[in-house]
Write a protein that binds this ligand. Structure first.
Ligand SMILES: *Cc1c(COP(=O)(O)O)cnc(C)c1O
Length: 335
């Protein structure tokens, strides 16, 4: 029972079968029918002209940033943004693109007044502000649809492009009970992770217009991400989108149950009402040693990441029974 992340999900049996049977070709030549099918299908499904299958979400974000921005350009993003904080500075290192982070509001949004103040004037002292990059979900929180509409208006007013790190965009769509298009339609480009809660073994998608995806494809090759018989992976990736989305509402319900259970344990502080998707953050009192808790749980076959706040992530490989077991074991530890 692994609660560290939804990245730990194993491919489904249907995925393994589809991978074994996938018709493949050399994708660098554009010859892999299964990759081509996934890219064409995904573009249409999300309302974009084109799509690119990538090795990871980090690569998809980097390609997106590099395809939008030139050397000496900058992108606006959140302090907590994955593509600022957790991607080894790739945009700066490999793209010569300067990040301009803004403090995230508690709900994950970015304040438009602060964003506006961060846009650089057209002057040789400054980097050229080109792009606003948002993330949805961000730390398990869903950006409201009207906020996305305002973001679109903001970038149009200021002549910027709008990118979404949509690693968990399906969690957002499921939580809002809307089609993913209702989120995607506001953005010039978007990423989708196939290998988190959606359970494909490997891969993400980058979506955008045709010229943008053509630029991204060239950069992907440059970065060593041109894959050959990648249809083996794309076959699983398509099933992630066609068969696994429904699982996310189960994951969200399990996260809610977990949060409710944890909130009743002495020294554990979480408001279950604020848990919107599959990620639960819990503050614990200082006298609770989370390292010790993690070691104790490990003896029972339960894996968590120690820390304060503790972060638990639900996914298809931890069912309702696993939640019950986890809560019982934590109660035992605290007692
Ligand atoms: C996981 C994640 C990524 C990166 O995906 P990898 O496939 O792990 O490289 C990007 N953005 C967000 C919000 C993520 O959660």
């Amino acid at each position: 029972m692994d609660f560290r992340s939804d990245t730990v999900t194993k491919p489904t049996q249907a995925m393994r079968t589809a991978m074994a049977d996938a018709i493949v070709g050399d994708d660098v030549y554009g010859d892999d029918p299964t990759v081509n099918d996934l890219e064409q299908w995904a573009a249409q499904r999300h309302g974009f002209e084109a799509a690119l299958f990538t090795t990871s979400g980090t690569q998809a974000n980097l390609l997106g940033l590099m395809a939008h921005c030139q050397r000496g350009d900058e992108y606006l993003c959140g302090q907590q943004a994955h593509n600022y904080r957790y991607e080894a500075g790739g945009a700066a290192v490999l793209g010569s693109i300067q990040p301009q982070p803004i403090e995230n509001n508690p709900d994950g949004t970015l304040d438009f007044d602060k964003l506006k103040a961060a846009i650089k004037p057209d002057d040789s002292h400054f980097a050229r502000t080109r792009l606003l990059s948002l993330e949805n979900t961000i730390n398990g929180k869903v950006l409201p649809l009207d906020y996305l509409a305002q973001a679109r208006q903001f970038v149009d007013t200021h002549g910027l492009q709008l990118h979404l790190d949509g690693a968990r965009v399906y969690n957002a769509a499921v939580a809002l009970n809307v089609d993913v298009i209702e989120i995607a339609k506001h953005f010039d480009s978007m990423t989708v992770c196939l290998s988190k809660g959606l359970s494909a073994p490997i891969g993400s998608l980058l979506l955008g217009d045709k010229a943008f995806i053509d630029r991204a494809r060239r950069i992907r090759k440059m970065l060593g991400g041109g894959m050959r018989q990648a249809g083996i992976l794309a076959a699983a990736g398509k099933l992630a989108l066609t068969e696994q989305v429904a699982q996310l509402s189960v994951d969200h319900a399990n996260a809610k149950t977990l949060a409710e259970g944890l909130s009743q344990i002495d020294g554990f502080h979480v408001n279950a009402e604020f848990v919107q998707t599959n990620i639960v953050f819990v503050k614990v009192d200082d006298d609770i040693d989370t390292q010790q808790l993690a070691s104790k749980l490990a003896q029972d076959g339960i894996t968590i990441t120690p820390g304060n706040p503790l972060r638990f992530v639900t996914h298809k490989d931890v069912d309702a029974n696993a939640i019950t077991t986890l809560l019982a074991k934590i109660n035992e530890f605290v007692a």
